[in-house]
Design a protein around this ligand. Structure first.
Ligand SMILES: [Zn+2]
Length: 69
């Protein structure tokens, strides 16, 4: 029982994402991962469209927050 952990559900936020414009593809990426102003789908190469998704707040802000050394 020592390994029992209380896992807190991470808070969730609505984030801007990019979703693949193809109906047959589920590719998407977070906005801060996009490599371009108008990214192409990494899975199929289709142009992506802006979307919004509810995602857990994870290390998402590590790209924004400066590391304290
Ligand atoms: Zn795609």
């Amino acid at each position: 029982m020592r390994f029992q952990q209380q896992v807190e559900k991470p808070p969730e936020v609505n984030l801007k994402v990019w979703a693949c414009g193809s109906d047959e593809c589920n590719g998407w990426m977070r906005d801060n991962f996009k490599s371009d102003e108008n990214p192409d789908c990494p899975l199929c190469g289709h142009a992506m469209v802006e979307d919004e998704r509810t995602l857990p707040v994870l290390e998402n802000f590590s790209a924004v927050k400066k590391k304290e050394l």
